[in-house]
Design a protein around this ligand. Structure first.
Ligand code: ZN
Length: 435
């Protein structure tokens, strides 16, 4: 029997708190899970620094990747299987792309990508196509199979049905992370009737559409995504930890560039600092390695690196005030920058504006930087209609980007440090930005 069709002699199941069970019958999937590149995802948290805010949020990208696989498996094995519009030959490709879609994520990806100008999607491609265990498994299916998997993940694959299962505005990725993140953070948002949504999904020529009768479940999903973004993903305390993390990485890089003598040499970072990270080096990085450095850097002689690492390890985070980048507040920010310098605090590291923004749902706007595939409803008469034209609730949030800016600073320094009382007083006054 061809490797692509090989089944395990007995089905393997993973116990999962969100989907109850994750079922694996295909040899290829089982082999992929066993590779070291996939196992590495156990050591990378799904939600980065969110555990500082919601202590349950320690789940990994490994959990999430299995979850996305399971959702796609249910769609292709239970919902689509006998539908003439669906080509069952795409089954294994869909499953592999679902399982591997986040493979290239690094430790605390968001901050890492920002500081070192990396792109996890490029690493996903590099792992799938490079000299890796993953590549060896996929190549056994067929020589061009690894390439096909990267095309699905990069959204360039010819069959758009396969792409929309994994990346669209209602895809297996989003459906898994919303429920999983809600479960592990313990919040009451993020829940919606996924079983119902899966049941009303239909393959059409170049996309996956939803039967009109499932519209309310889809509305619920969009609202839950909206809530999760503002209540969990953009939580200001999580962002404070992320600001500190980002500044630690900046500081370590700056010190490295000026030949600072680290007591504990950052050998894992050398290639990333010099902008020439190899795949091999990248795969060595995970969150346990990063935390180990932060732990030891608490004892470095550089006061900024040491202070920031202590803050991260002991959760002594920055406080924040609302900020809007109007002329008036920008002037205040400039004044604050001068005062921070006067007080001996480097504003580069201790006075930080952070912005978050999200679009809950969008209809199709051709030519925009990121063209979003809209959600389409299949009407009882066979017609296809874009969701926001049918749903008042979705129409209300459609295309509306909300942005939130906050100014972060170390409040404890304002009370502890031994600087001139006048400077301190002025800083505290100025931080009341809206007065
Ligand atoms: Zn994902």
């Amino acid at each position: 029997m061809a490797y692509r069709d090989e089944k395990l002699s007995e089905e393997k199941v993973f116990k999962d708190p969100v989907h109850r069970y994750i079922h694996v019958r295909d040899r290829v999937i089982w082999d992929l899970i066993g590779t070291k590149e996939f196992q590495r995802l156990r050591r990378i948290r799904q939600l980065g620094t969110t555990f500082f805010t919601f202590h349950g949020a320690e789940h990994s990208r490994f959990n999430h990747s299995l979850g996305v696989y399971e959702i796609v498996r249910r769609i292709v094995d239970d919902v689509f299987r006998d539908r003439p519009e669906w080509n069952q030959d795409e089954r294994l490709l869909s499953l592999c792309a679902a399982l591997l879609h986040d493979l290239g994520h690094g430790p605390f990806s968001h901050s890492f990508e920002k500081v070192f100008h990396l792109d996890h999607e490029e690493f996903t491609q590099a792992i799938i196509l490079g000299n890796t265990e993953i590549n060896r498994v996929l190549s056994k299916v067929s020589p061009d199979f690894p390439k096909k998997v990267t095309e699905v993940i990069a959204k360039t694959y010819a069959n758009k049905q396969v792409i929309s299962l994994i990346s669209s505005q209602i895809d297996a990725d989003r459906m898994d992370y919303l429920q999983r993140d809600a479960f592990y953070t313990g919040v009451s948002y993020g829940h919606f009737d996924m079983e119902r949504i899966l049941r009303v999904m239909r393959p059409r020529e170049d996309q996956v559409v939803m039967k009109h009768s499932g519209m309310h479940a889809v509305e619920d999903y969009i609202m839950s995504r909206y809530q999760m973004y503002w209540q969990v993903y953009f939580h200001p305390v999580t962002r404070s930890a992320e600001v500190i993390l980002t500044k630690i990485l900046h500081r370590a890089k700056a010190l490295y560039e000026r030949n600072y003598e680290f007591k504990f040499k950052p050998i894992h970072f050398y290639s990333i600092f010099s902008g020439e990270v190899t795949l091999e080096d990248y795969l060595q990085l995970d969150e346990s390695v990063i935390m180990f450095y932060f732990q030891t850097w608490q004892n470095e002689d550089d006061p900024i690196l040491s202070d920031l690492c202590k803050r991260f390890m002991n959760r002594n985070l920055f406080k924040y005030v609302e900020f809007n980048p109007s002329n008036e507040q920008m002037m205040k920010l400039m004044e604050l920058t001068t005062l921070f310098k006067k007080a001996g605090l480097d504003p580069e590291y201790y006075l930080v504006v952070d912005s978050s923004s999200d679009l809950p749902y969008d209809f199709y706007r051709p030519g925009e930087e990121e063209e979003r595939l809209p959600i389409h409803l299949l009407m009882p008469n066979g017609e296809i209609r874009e969701l926001s034209r049918e749903s008042d609730i979705v129409d209300a949030v459609s295309g509306k980007r909300r942005t939130d800016h906050k100014l972060y600073y170390p409040q404890d320094f304002l009370f502890d440090w031994s600087t001139k009382r006048n400077t301190k007083k002025k800083i505290i006054e100025l931080l009341q930005l809206d007065r």
